[in-house]
Design a protein around this ligand. Structure first.
Ligand code: HSE
Length: 440
């Protein structure tokens, strides 16, 4: 019998416990497809006494994940603790530094320290696999890192946070409040330990920074990402978008522009008939536009124990099938020394359509004033509609919704500033960018 591949798993939360369960119940099938058994040799977690619904009696226990990364009992270190810093960082560093292959689902860690870790892995001839870090079970890392080699990529965008997509879908379909939908997402195990990471867009930004590097061959530049979360999106926006033929999604977008690489995460209106607009609930979707292949769109479960464990398992299986001394796949698709510094395209120069919702005083000249401010800034309008009031008081504010043709972020900000100074606006203008898929 071929020697088993011995793995050490650090972190037994939703994903870790799901992985242990799958490895135990599918042991025989995995041994056949990988050519050798995969054995859980050791684990580490915070609370040894917790019932996780899996049998760990025959497995070595480490209180300290860094000690687990150092033990001679394992061939592969699987990091499922999360977090950009310690203990995940020290543990992964310790494992790679002694040439152990590492599998991780940790997007925050890779976004902050990916280059350094990749350099260590490269120096030691170790694999650093992280399929589960982006878009849960969707094999987008493999697609970018291996399958699309040779393609020139122009844009990558997607729904990469299951919690946000679940909330936006549930708000739209069931008319529930933002808070109620978030609670449900947490109960179902989709959200991060701190759900602010989901709803403020940081989780999507971590994932986007990784995809950008893979897509454009650039060093990770997470600080270059323009970031807006979904906490500001109201039912009113969702309904106005629907009336105009759009749906609102939290997208991460990276695209090559004349002035550099644009990376942005924000609520986005997508045409209702586009495929990405149909992606509901915890499902994620990633679109990749490239010159040889054209547009590739992958959709699938983006969060939750089994979906994420499936991607982790695929990474472990790749290691089990690899032969000692064989060439390893570069962590970010090319050797670290070949990654170019990322040149940031400023958000001010972003070009696209915009949805602008204004709450204004209901008086003569306001409509004309708004149209004038748009024209002064060279913004051409696709539509401008006055939404019906909810009651007949003549002094009640009025809602006006504009959709622009392609313009620049700078023009929209200037127009919004002028409208603000004109004295008829209540609150802040709600501005949502529109993204159009290339082909549908
Ligand atoms: N909190 C993340 C999400 C989990 O909601 O998508 C997967 O990264």
């Amino acid at each position: 019998m071929t020697e088993p591949l011995k793995i050490g798993i650090a972190g037994l939360g939703t994903v870790g416990a799901a992985l242990v369960g799958i490895l135990q119940t599918r042991r025989a099938e995995l041994a056949v497809s990988c050519g050798r058994p995969i054995e859980i040799a050791a684990v580490s977690a915070r609370d040894r006494g917790r019932d996780r619904g899996v049998d760990l009696s025959a497995v070595s226990w480490f209180d300290d994940p860094v000690e687990l990364a150092r033990t001679a009992e394992i061939d592969v270190f699987v990091e499922l603790m999360g977090g950009a810093g310690d203990p995940a960082l020290s543990a992964v560093e310790a494992a790679l530094s002694r040439g152990l292959h590492v599998v991780t689902a940790n997007k925050a860690l890779l976004s902050s320290h990916g280059l350094r870790l990749a350099a260590i892995a490269e120096g030691e001839g170790a694999l650093l696999n992280y399929e589960a870090a982006v878009a849960g079970g969707i094999p987008v890392i493999k697609a970018l890192r291996e399958s699309l080699t040779g393609n020139r990529i122009s844009r990558v965008y997607g729904i990469m946070n299951g919690t946000c997509n679940y909330i936006l879908t549930k708000m739209e379909k069931e008319g529930l409040s933002f808070e109620a939908c978030l609670k449900e997402a947490q109960r179902l195990g989709y959200a991060e330990v701190d759900p602010a990471f989901d709803i403020e867009g940081n989780d999507t930004a971590h994932k986007l920074s990784i995809l950008t590097s893979l897509a454009f061959g650039t060093a990770i530049a997470a600080d270059d990402i323009y970031l807006e979360g979904i906490t500001n999106i109201s039912i009113e926006d969702i309904h106005a978008a629907a009336d105009l033929g759009y749906r609102i999604k939290l997208l991460g977008v990276a695209q090559r522009t004349e002035s550099g690489i644009e990376q942005r995460v924000h609520p986005t209106m997508v045409p209702r008939e586009s495929v990405i607009a149909q992606v509901d609930g915890v499902t994620n979707a990633v679109a990749i536009e490239s010159d040889i292949l054209g547009e590739l769109l992958m959709a699938g479960p983006g969060a939750g124990g089994n979906a994420t464990a499936s991607a982790v398992l695929g990474d472990i299986a790749d290691i089990a099938k690899s032969r000692p001394g064989a060439q390893t796949v570069p962590v970010f698709g090319r050797p670290v020394g070949e990654l170019t510094p990322s040149v940031k395209a400023e958000m001010q120069s972003h070009e696209g359509g915009y949805f602008i919702r204004l709450t204004v005083a209901d008086r003569t000249g306001v409509f004309a004033g708004i149209a004038t401010r748009m024209a002064e800034n060279n913004i051409s309008l696709e539509s401008i509609v006055q939404r019906p009031k909810h009651h007949d008081r003549t002094d009640a504010p009025q809602t006006i919704v504009l959709v622009t043709h392609a313009t620049t972020e700078d023009s929209v900000r200037r127009a919004a500033a002028s409208i603000r100074s004109d004295g008829y606006l209540f609150g802040e203008p709600q501005v949502i960018r529109i993204e159009r898929p290339r082909t549908r």
